[in-house]
Design a protein. Structure first.
Length: 301
């Protein structure tokens, strides 16, 4: 038998009672962890952790330490006197959000617990989530079924390493902090395709480049091969030192009215997003696509 298993079995009760600063009963039974309450008072009376078989792999041993911290987090930071109201769906969602919240509290109080809880979450995904998810996809299950199955994992990811709730947690790094990038790419692969640091620029005051841009702008305005033929072709916008490009799928009605891009209410959201990413609006090159007839060759600015 792995020596770690023997040590952990002996330590679980002592560690749990020490972390909770109580003499709460601690059991090791079955495969599920949980805090059990007195049905009359609602107060926690027992913490159960999964039983470690003699042949447990290291991944399960690591996970049990995380399960311990997760259940201690519930004991320490959940107000068990509160009674949930609403439909079963609302109660379930509230409970999931509460689990994510108390785990964050636990990680802040006991820094080392964060690693343990990550191990538990990874074991949970690998052993209980991933196989069923693959099965649901293979069986072409509905989006609702798949979302329900992944709900706990998604909420934990959003509340933790991805940083979706960072704006209401002053002590947490921003969702845009580079320390979160690895987890964001792993847990939300569709969120970030690639990342490029805008540390270079193109000087548009250079005579040859300026002349080329002017020529392209003229060709675009005279284009008769797109759905805007004979109508307004809004001017592009660019600064003297371009560090990035913004390509819209089409001009807005306000941009058509003004005859140039980056105008109107919609543009304010674009400008705000640029500033939020610590870039200057004046350092951008703003252009747009247009709908063209099949087979038409267009010059895009």
């Amino acid at each position: 038998m792995n020596e770690r298993i023997h040590i952990l079995r002996q330590a679980i009760v002592v560690v749990t009672q020490a972390l909770t600063n109580s003499d709460i009963a601690v059991t090791q039974e079955g495969i599920e962890a949980g805090v059990h309450k007195d049905p009359k008072t609602g107060k926690p009376v027992r913490i159960n952790l999964p039983y470690l078989p003699d042949n447990s792999p290291d991944s399960l041993i690591d996970a049990v330490q995380g399960f311990l911290d997760q259940e201690v987090a519930k004991y320490l930071f959940t107000d068990f006197s509160l009674k949930l109201k609403g439909s079963e769906e609302v109660k379930t969602l509230t409970s999931l959000l509460e689990e994510a919240r108390v785990e964050r509290c636990m990680a802040e109080k006991y820094r080392g617990s964060n690693i343990n809880m990550k191990n538990a979450s990874q074991f949970f995904i690998d052993e209980l989530i991933d196989d069923k998810y693959q099965k649901l996809v293979k069986e072409k299950a509905s989006d609702e079924e798949i979302t329900q199955h992944l709900m706990l994992t998604m909420l934990r990811a959003l509340s933790g390493p991805i940083g979706a709730f960072a704006s209401i947690e002053p002590s947490e790094p921003s969702a845009k902090d580079l320390s979160r990038r690895k987890d964001q790419m792993r847990l939300l692969p569709g969120l970030i395709i690639d990342s490029v640091k805008a540390d270079r620029y193109t000087d548009t005051s250079e005579p040859f480049l300026r002349a080329s841009l002017v020529e392209h702008m003229r060709d675009c305005k005279q284009c008769n091969g797109c759905d805007l033929a004979g109508q307004v072709h809004p001017d592009i916008r660019l600064g003297k030192k371009m560090r990035f490009m913004v390509v819209a799928d089409c001009p807005t009605w306000e941009e058509e009215k003004k005859g140039k891009l980056l105008e109107g209410e919609t543009a304010q959201y674009v400008k705000a997003a640029i500033k939020d990413n610590e870039l200057a609006v004046a350092d951008g090159y703003y252009t747009t696509l247009v709908k063209a007839k099949k087979g038409t060759v267009l010059n895009f600015v």
